[in-house]
Write a protein that binds this ligand. Sequence first.
Ligand SMILES: C[S@@+](CC[C@H](N)C(=O)[O-])C[C@H]1O[C@@H](n2cnc3c(N)ncnc32)[C@H](O)[C@@H]1O
Length: 526
Amino acid sequence: MPASDNSRQPGRPQRGSGSRGAGPRGSDSRSSGSRGSGSRASAPGGQQRSRQRPSDRSKQAEPARFAAYTLLRAVADGAYANLEFPSIIRRHRLDARDAAFATELGFGTLRMQGFYDAVIAEAAARPTSKIDPGVLDVLRLGAHQLLGMRVATHAAADQTVGLARTVSGAGASGFVNAVMRRVSEKTRDEWQAIVVPNDGSTAALATEFSHPEWVVSALRGALLGHGRATTGTVSGELRALLESDNTPAKVSLVARPGLSSVGELVASGATASPTSPFGAVLDHGDPGAIPAIRERRAAVQDEGSQLLAAALAAAPVAEGVPDRWLDLCAGPGGKSGVLGALAVQSGADLVAVEVSEHRADLVRSTLEPVMARAAEAGASVEVRTADGREVGEGEPAAYGRVLVDAPCTGLGALRRRPEARWRRQPSDLAQLGPLQRDLLRSALDAVAPGGLVGYATCSPHPAETTFVVRDVLKKRDDIEVIDAREFFRDASGEVLHDLGDGPEVQLWPHVHGTDAMFFTLLRKKA
Ligand SMILES: C[S@@+](CC[C@H](N)C(=O)[O-])C[C@H]1O[C@@H](n2cnc3c(N)ncnc32)[C@H](O)[C@@H]1O
């Protein structure tokens, strides 16, 4: 429905369907026929099309689809999908099967919305900016069911029209019905041939893989800048990387060293990770149901994060450097969890610094079992709410090992944060740059001669990685860069494959199955 046609509040669901409201009453996902019933007619492309008139179709949205819609509206209001969705699932009282369906629908739609918008604009014969935002979200969900999931065409169409009626009224449902019919007339490949220019351009890749154009350009630059690709190979590498951003990450677990073990996670249903010595992968089931995770002796964590914490702990330092380790940007505490556990094992103390009070509280909660273990071992693990930029001046040369897991754009973790690609802006790079440099300078001041600083980002963008390190080191002659690659060891103790020319390490989702983490290892000269 065009925005101007809609007399209701733009982007706001109606009839008690607000993004934080209760789900529709009287509909049941199992009995609604959402994945099965309805009369059918053949449509081009061998698909099935419903013969029902919109007025005969599902009167109300089915709860799983309604939950996915609620997620999209909450994200449009600024929510983070990963944080918001668990409470949406609870509010809509979805069982495990419906929750899985809603997750695939909501997260998949958010990821692929760039491609779907191109299809919807073509099918609706108007730019998506002329469609009411709430109705556009309904159409995006419908497009994902038709083109990205194995939902029967008639069920996808019926349920999408029902959702439109529930959230935007009968007026919208006619428009949605017409657009859904047009979308369903072609397969995904046929739509791709229509909406993706056949010229290999950045714009074409952006539409095909549903990324903003600037992100496609940035990732191409990162592949070249980190030596992962040459001008001859970058096109294939980039397609593989973009594809991996659209593939939901597996659920990776970490057994915090000394508190849990890979064996314990395997006994709870996970599979040992070949990539990380502390890692396991959960193929199905709720990680929160695993006792070690409930007790925070283990956690959900990308294997790349595990590997870089382990690398910082394993690289040799000069004799006599303080047995005090520092995590300068600790919130919410994932890497602190591994680093703290390894510190305790080697008889060192850990100080975890985080500027945000709320995130510092999360670190405290994450580290509780590590703190208890440290107390037993006569070591200390402390969490401070403080500005990491001031630690170097306040405590010069006080630490043996320092991790700077710098705030960054997160361009290396797009597969985990489905909406992040649409939210980030090129201007974020300029904003974060000075903070990243200040934090690294502070870390280099805080480390003792002979000690190590690890600078990490979950972005491969050279502006946040190599340029930051290069700029900071330009003004210092007391630091040497160490080859970090030999400290990235897989579960069998072998150096990880394809780490590049060094001395820094850049991991890639399409190569290593991890987030695209960057890590440089720096030693202060003794
Ligand atoms: C990439 S995240 C760190 C993730 C964390 N290491 C983990 O593994 O869970 C960056 C963190 O740095 C924090 N931060 C931002 N500016 C900071 C500052 N000036 N001092 C300390 N922490 C800061 C952010 O609040 C954020 O929690």
